[in-house]
Every structure is written in structure tokens, then in C-alpha cells.
Design a protein around this ligand. Structure first.
Ligand code: FAD
Length: 517
């Protein structure tokens, strides 16, 4: 059972001096054990730990954490509800803005967002920031285990809206349009919805059951998913708008097209992209081979090029698939690695070997032996950091005469992705020079009635940014379709003044909180 609200509880006055220095630890699987299984690494908070951590929040008036969140979640509000043991209230506040609290609590780069600007964690305090992500996950997981789903009663609008791509951007747009009374169909190329959450991020970081539970909530809102449907091949966006009766379309197709470096040896057996490795392992269940019929042979000694989240996932998946050793090769230093700090830390704990300031220039073939035709080694150069580049990070520069060979039998590229070109061929759809869909500020594309958002507009970004884009596009779509925007109509609801669809809908329009089976 969920905790009951504490009647009349008011947060007591806290000051920096009364707050425990360390954030409440979340239990984790032992690194030696977990490095060989796919079970979740972090086990999350229980109620007791969540209450202790919620009590570390200062409830400060200027709320820097809210500004640090790309979608402006009322963070002090949901934490206060936890402290009051009013978990339903915390869930309502979270889901006003964020469709997927269990997902974001696990995978958002909080250290660069809400937690990075938390008053408690500022350098002059000597304290660790409030563990906002862990608290968010706790509330989201409680809602899943209790089967909560807020389903507003909406008048059917008599309009059909199509969404292309079932990743976080598409799901967020679909939810808002369903809540506005539209019939929403989401077309997904893969055989399961979820986007990168399903095919990219492995179970030990984000279990599939969590994503499935969130998808069931969308289905409870009336959203229909049609998988194994590659839009642009089976039918086109033009056909959706003309022959198929869609009043508006949202494109959230992500940026899953892998990049390679263009160095010699990339076509050797044993060289693959991180997206292929992860999709085979996660979505196509190669990790359960032969129970599932997707083969995936990890190398004995695997080199992964890159140090973003995708690289960390590829490294840790390779370890779990049975590689003897896995090596991260990155041209900058640890400080510039784009992966979430926690993922780098977990990878180090599990025994991943990091080779900072190194970059491959050639993949060398095995000329003989059992691996003939495969990979024998990487030829690499050492790098040093020069002046800052356009991204503000110091540019890596080759150290002259520093070439060396690094023996390995498998190479995985995790150096970024590009827009998938299929929908880019839609007539009248303007792309930018990098091949991503061009939009205006409201995320409207060059085709009337078509919006786009998420990685297909920004290039590879984050889950929360993709969801924010899906919601932003839905808002513009509603205005264009002449539908009332619930947020704008209902105005502020919560005592901190943040607008809500669910809250008001429940109280004034007879919406139901349903329990999912
Ligand atoms: P996607 O999640 O890519 O979803 C797009 C969907 O559209 C896919 O399911 C695709 O199959 C489908 N699709 C594509 N073309 C078509 C078509 N023509 N017809 C029908 N369907 C189509 N972000 C974080 O915040 N934290 C992390 O820890 C993190 N880790 C990551 C790890 C990996 C391995 C990767 C690859 C990314 C990670 N990211 C992380 C980034 C984050 O997952 C993405 O920014 C986010 O998923 C983008 O959402 P999206 O909805 O735009 O696209």
C-alpha cells in the first residue's frame, strides 16, 4: 500500500546547517555480481529512504531546480508531497509535466540539470545536492506498483491525429492529444514501442517492465500503437493527411542512424555500431540466445570508441554478454566525457578499462588464425587537449609520432548518430543542412498540419528534452486544430501555482484515477 498523507503536515523550517551532508544512498547490486547479469544496478529508494531524502530539500523560494529542469517540473512541490507522505499528490504534480517519472528518475542527467543547480548542493555549502532523480523514480515506481493512472474524462474531439515514432517525443505528444479528445494512432517501425528507451538503454539501467507499464498508461488514455510500420515505406506522410484521414501528424522518429569514423578496416567482421549491438541485445533479445533466435557474438577483447551514454551502455552490455575485457577509447579526457557521471562511475566499478586521450586511425585485420578476416588490433594515436572548440570543450589534437597498436578482436562505434533519411524524402518537408527536420519555434514543419520534435529536430539529446518537445508540439497542434488547451483553460491549480491538466480534470470534470491491471 502507498503511504497515507500526513494530515496537516507542514515542512519545518530548515537551514543549510541542519541538513545531512550526504544524500541518502540508494542500494545497488554489487559491482562484481552485476557486471555479469542484466538485473537493475540501482535498486532505488523505499519509503523510509525517500522520506529522509525529501527532508533534505530546503523548499527554497527561488526554486533553481525548477529552472534547471528542461520541462520545469514543480520539484519542490512533489518533494513536499513526499515529505507529507502524500504520494498520490507527488505523482499528480510530477505527471502534470512529465509523462514518464520512473524513466526520467533513472536516466535524466540530473547532475547537469535540477541537481546541478540545487541550492543545497552549491559548492559553498559543502553538501551534496538533494537526490531529486531518486525521489522522482521512487514516486514513479510507487505509481507503477500501485497501478495508478490518471485518466481524465474527455469529450471526443472527432479528430484523428497520427504520430510517427513511439519514442519519448511521440509518446508525450500522443498523450496530450489523447487527453484533448483526439483519436491517436502511433506508428512504430520496430515491433515494440518505446524508442531508445526500449532498443537502446539496457535493462540494467531501465528495465523493460518500467517502459511497458508507462506504455499501458498511454493505452489507458486511448492511444493506439501500430508497430512493425515503417512510415515512408508502407505509406507516406502525404497519404496520412490526404487518404488516411489524419487531421494532424507529429514526427518523432529520433536520430538512430549510426555514424562511423570513415577509417580503414570498418567493414571487417567484428566491427559494428553501438546501436546495432544494443538493439540486438535489448530489443531482439540476443542476450537470451538461444531462447531468442538473434545471435550476437561479443568479442573476447572489445574496444568501444566514444564516451557518451551510448558508449557506456555498449561497454557494459559487452561485459555482460561475456567479453573477457572491455575498453573505452576516447579522444578527450574523463572530464569531457559526455556520459552521465553515474554511468561512467558504474562502468569503472564493473571493470571497464578507460583509455582517455586516444583515437583510432585504422582497424587492422587478422591475416591468419581462427579470427582471419576479423579484427586483430586498432592503430591509435595519442591526443592532447588544445584550445576550446565551438562546443566550449577543449579540442583534442594529435600528439605527433604517438601511434600505437591496441590489440582487440571487436570494435564498436559509439560516436553519435544521425537522422534516419527515410522520412527526409517526404515531398515538401524542409530539412536543415545536417539532415534534421527544420521547424519553427512551435515545432511546426514546412508542411501544414505536420509537427516534429525530439532527436529528429535537435539531433541526439535527452529523454526529457524529447518529451518536452512532444508536449510543445501538442500544444501548437491543439491551437491549430481549434482544440481548447487544458493547461491554458484551467490555469493554476497546485498550491505552488503550477498549472495542471490532470489535477483540475479530476476535480472539476469528473476524471477517474483508474487502477491498471
Ligand atoms: P527515439 O527514442 O529514437 O524514438 C524514435 C522512434 O521512432 C524509434 O522507436 C524508431 O524506431 C521510430 N521510427 C524511426 N523512423 C520511423 C519511421 N519511418 N516510421 C515509424 N517509426 C519510426 N538520454 C537521457 O536523457 N539519458 C540517458 O541515459 C540516455 N541514454 C541513452 C543511451 C543510448 C544507447 C541512446 C542511443 C540514447 C540515450 N539517450 C539518453 C538519449 C535519448 O534516449 C534520446 O534523446 C531520446 O530517446 C530521443 O527521443 P525521440 O522520441 O526523439 O526518439
Amino acid at each position: 500500500m502507498a503511504a497515507q498523507p500526513t494530515q496537516g503536515a507542514k515542512p519545518r523550517k530548515k537551514t543549510i546547517r541542519t541538513i545531512p551532508q550526504r544524500r541518502t544512498p540508494a542500494p545497488e547490486q554489487d559491482p562484481q555480481v552485476r557486471a555479469r547479469n542484466f538485473d537493475e544496478v540501482s535498486l532505488g529508494y523505499g519509503l523510509e529512504q525517500a522520506l529522509v531524502e525529501a527532508d533534505r530539500c530546503l523548499q527554497c523560494a527561488d526554486e533553481p531546480c525548477v529552472r534547471g529542469c528542461p520541462v520545469g517540473i514543480d520539484i519542490p512541490g512533489f518533494i513536499r508531497k513526499i515529505a507529507e507522505k502524500h504520494l498520490h499528490g507527488a505523482y499528480d504534480i510530477l505527471t502534470d509535466t512529465n509523462l514518464l517519472p520512473s524513466v526520467c528518475g533513472r536516466v535524466c542527467p540530473q547532475e547537469n540539470q535540477c541537481e546541478g543547480v540545487c541550492t543545497v548542493g552549491q559548492p559553498d555549502t559543502g553538501l551534496e545536492p538533494v537526490a531529486i532523480g531518486r525521489l522522482e523514480r521512487f514516486v514513479g515506481d510507487t505509481a507503477i506498483s500501485e497501478g495508478w493512472a490518471n485518466v481524465p474524462c474527455v469529450e471526443p474531439a472527432g479528430l484523428k491525429v497520427g504520430v510517427v515514432g513511439a519514442g519519448p517525443a511521440g509518446m508525450a505528444c500522443a498523450a496530450d492529444m489523447a487527453k484533448a479528445g483526439c483519436e491517436v494512432i502511433v506508428y512504430e517501425a520496430f515491433h515494440e514501442p518505446g524508442g531508445v528507451l526500449k532498443y537502446g538503454i539496457p535493462d540494467f539501467r531501465l528495465p523493460n517492465e518500467v517502459i511497458d507499464a508507462e506504455i499501458r498508461k498511454l493505452e489507458a488514455l486511448g492511444v493506439r500503437f501500430e508497430c512493425n510500420t515503417l512510415v515512408g515505406r508502407l505509406f507516406t506522410i502525404e497519404q496520412m493527411l490526404s487518404e488516411m484521414g489524419f487531421a494532424a501528424v507529429f514526427i518523432g522518429t529520433g536520430a538512430g542512424y549510426p555514424s562511423f569514423m570513415g577509417i580503414p578496416g570498418e567493414s571487417l567482421a567484428g566491427v559494428l555500431s553501438a546501436n546495432e549491438l544494443l538493439t540486438r541485445c535489448n530489443l531482439m533479445r540476443a542476450r537470451d540466445f538461444p531462447n531468442h533466435d538473434t545471435p550476437l557474438q561479443p568479442g573476447r577483447k572489445v574496444a568501444v570508441i566514444g564516451a557518451g551514454n551510448t558508449a557506456m551502455d555498449a561497454l557494459r552490455v559487452s561485459l555482460r554478454l561475456g567479453a573477457e575485457s572491455v575498453h573505452c577509447i576516447y579522444r578527450r579526457s574523463r572530464a569531457e566525457a559526455p556520459a552521465r557521471l553515474e554511468e561512467v562511475h558504474h562502468a569503472e566499478q564493473e571493470g571497464v578499462v578507460f583509455h582517455w586521450l586516444a583515437s583510432p586511425v585504422e582497424i587492422l585485420p587478422a591475416e591468419s588464425g581462427p579470427n582471419k578476416g576479423g579484427v586483430r588490433a586498432l592503430r591509435c594515436v595519442r591526443m592532447e587537449l588544445g584550445e576550446p572548440d565551438a562546443s566550449g570543450r577543449r579540442k583534442p589534437v594529435v600528439v605527433p609520432g604517438s601511434e600505437f597498436e591496441f590489440e582487440c578482436d571487436s570494435v564498436v562505434f559509439a560516436i553519435g548518430t544521425n537522422a534516419n533519411p527515410i522520412l527526409g524524402q517526404t515531398s515538401g518537408l524542409v530539412l536543415n543542412k545536417r539532415g534534421y527536420i527544420a521547424t519553427d519555434d512551435s515545432l511546426a514543419t514546412s508542411i501544414a498540419g505536420v509537427w516534429a520534435g525530439g532527436d529528429i529536430v535537435t539531433g541526439a539529446a535527452t529523454v526529457i528534452q524529447a518529451m518536452g518537445a512532444g508536449r510543445k508540439a501538442a500544444k501548437a497542434m491543439k491551437a491549430w486544430l481549434g482544440l481548447r488547451d487544458s493547461d491554458a483553460i484551467y490555469g493554476d491549480h497546485h498550491d505552488r501555482g503550477h498549472g495542471t491538466l490532470f489535477g483540475i480534470a479530476r476535480e472539476e470534470h469528473g476524471a477517474a484515477r483508474v487502477r491498471l491491471a
